[in-house]
Design a binder for this molecule. Sequence first.
Ligand code: BJW
Ligand code: ZN
Length: 262
Amino acid sequence: MDETAPMSTDPLTAAAQILCRSTRVVCLTGAGVSAESGVPTFRDAQTGLWAQFDPEELASPAGFQRNPGLVWRWYMSRLAMVEQAQPNPGHRALAQLERILPHFVLITQNVDDLHERAGSQRVIHLHGSITRFRCSQCGAPYQLQPQDREAEMPPVCRLCNGWIRPDVVWFGEPLPPEALVQAWDETGQCQAMLVVGTSGVVYPAAQLPVVAREHGATLIDVNPEKGPMADLADIFLQGPSGVILPQLVEKTIACRGDQHET
Ligand code: BJW
Ligand code: ZN
């Protein structure tokens, strides 16, 4: 494609042109990207048994201290959902972007492993992983046992008797330093940032699009709802990521094809 060609007035085509012209692209994902896999988003969906509880209370050290059994059962039910879920067309489209673009890094706030299962290789997890466990006191890693899944209380650490907890980042806890440094570094260097399925209210993750923009990157937001990220973005693609992202990949491939012909 001609570098000097004018930007399309169609937002999807314009977004593809941006991706196609960028040598470094970062994608920041949130819970919305896994919604179409049947994994409830963090804020939209406290369904069934869990509807009466505040997720921000459950995902906090104070909440765990107050009621370790409740928090454990919540995580076991979410783990079962994640394990049953399959990557959706949105996850697969992002894995495809990594293969077709020269430098593409995915930064996710999600604790599921659906990006990896879809084939993404360069994934930075800012909020840890729901499939890993550790002692809440001494930090020793813990291998989940079949009986733990149905237990009313968390297992205890055999080294220090502390409660075992999921290896995720709760409110008030620091993010994994290596992930945070890498995320900041990639963000500061990218020319385009694709923001997908996040409400953009949790920091420091929500700061990354701001940092990208300060460094001159173009922001593209994909979300069915208009939120703080849409206001910040240069291009807002409204709709579910499982629908929008495959279309965006198709147009990016077409654009790259045109580029190679000229
Ligand atoms: C679709 C869709 C479809 C639907 N397609 N889209 C600065 C200002 C104010 C506060 C703070 C600040 N800095 C720090 C704070 C405090 C706090 C914070 O941000 N609070 C805010 C609530 C105000 N941050 C922290 O505490 C962080 N730690 C920290 O800062 O530590 C400092 C420290 C340093 C040194 C020592 C000690 C401390 C930690 C934040 C950890 C967040 N953890 C959680 C839980 C993880 C484990 C778990 O999952 O259980 O992470 S909270 C939760 O929110 C989870 C998510 O990753 C995160 C973001 O949510 P996300 O992904 O945006 O989901 P939703 O549900 O909010 O939105 C879904 C979106 O999808 C919506 O927009 C839908 O429209 C959309 N959607 N269907 C595309 N089909
Ligand atoms: Zn321990």
